[in-house]
Design a binder for this molecule. Structure first.
Ligand SMILES: C[S@@+](CC[C@H](N)C(=O)[O-])C[C@H]1O[C@@H](n2cnc3c(N)ncnc32)[C@H](O)[C@@H]1O
Length: 203
């Protein structure tokens, strides 16, 4: 299929998508917010007073939702791309996998935190196999960061793809956390291999 035909199809699909329309009405920057909302409602992730990191936060709908949901929280968002300001959230433009930025996150909180969210995904290469590996590696990096950053009863939510690294990620989650579940929210497109892993309580 030609490139302009693919983008026309994408635009038409976006116009028909109820989550895209709903996000515009509710003032969210992305339809991705409804994935987090469903995860939060099902697994009770967010509560007042918590400290939280949003990894891969641009354009910012997850952070918008978190800010609305949490009162008196301490929130940090990071992305390779610039995130337009959202309330009093501390924002970093940088690569989360680089130690310098991980140290900046640790310095900002100065102690263990309650929740790590990751919706990080690499830009698609066109090769679904490679995409799922690269995004799987980001999920692993975030999960390892949780070992240093989370309180004992901390929670971790991350995007992952059904694919080559899936079993490895699920096995690692079982080693690190007492509880872990894989869940695909209704807002995650049916034809996508995207899913989420929800983990609680460090081992
Ligand atoms: C699906 S989008 C996130 C959407 C976001 N949750 C929202 O609600 O607006 C995935 C994001 O992951 C970011 N990302 C990918 N690799 C990253 C990395 N190594 N460090 C930080 N962000 C990364 C991308 O730049 C992209 O903005």
């Amino acid at each position: 299929m030609k490139k302009n035909k693919i983008s026309k199809n994408w635009i038409n699909k976006q116009k028909r998508d109820i989550y895209v329309r709903q996000s515009k009405v509710e003032g969210y920057r992305s339809r991705a917010v409804y994935k987090l909302k469903e995860i939060d409602e099902k697994f009770n992730i967010l509560e007042n007073g918590i400290s939280l990191i949003d990894l891969g936060a641009a354009p910012g709908s997850w952070s918008q939702y978190v800010l609305k949901k949490i009162k008196n929280g301490k929130i940090l968002s990071i992305d390779l791309n610039k995130i337009d300001k959202i309330g009093n959230i501390f924002q970093i433009k940088g690569d989360f996998t680089v130690p310098k930025y991980q140290n900046e996150i640790k310095d900002y909180f100065g102690s263990k935190i309650d929740v790590v969210l990751s919706d990080m995904a690499v830009n698609t290469t066109g090769n679904k196999y490679l995409d799922s590996i690269y995004t799987g590696e980001l999920c692993m990096e975030a999960m390892n960061f949780c070992k240093e950053m989370l309180n004992e009863d901390g929670k971790f939510v991350s995007k992952l793809f059904m694919g080559s690294m899936f079993n490895e990620i699920v096995a690692e989650a079982k080693k690190i956390f007492k509880e872990s579940k894989v869940f695909k929210p209704a807002a995650s497109r049916k034809n996508s291999k995207e899913s989420f892993i929800i983990c609680k309580f460090l081992q």
